[in-house]
Design a protein around this ligand. Sequence first.
Ligand SMILES: [Zn+2]
Length: 123
Amino acid sequence: MQEAIWTHVLREVPNEGVGVLAVHPYAPGTVLACYPLSNVAAQPAQRYLADPLELLRALRAMRQGGLNLGAIYHSHPRGRARPSPTDLDLARYPVPYLIADVQRHELRAYLLPENTEIEVRVL
Ligand SMILES: [Zn+2]
């Protein structure tokens, strides 16, 4: 699944890529499916905004497959794998936020807006 994330975020450079990851309800720490979404932010090189319709479709597909929303990922094409002030401001979901540092090929997970780094297994 890491490969799907990297393929997607590399394709989006110089823009940020965004997507959602699905987990089994009984194993919330292990990602089972990846749904790349379109970044519809006005300045997609500086921030991300998932296409709302694609997000709804992804959430419906998860539900139909018996999976839950497990994490949200986005990329920093030029920055580190740490939450930006905007990321902290815009965090709304009670799931881990994965941030991919495209240049260093590094993936880290955080609970936001608390900004606590956590471990997420993306196989
Ligand atoms: Zn960010």
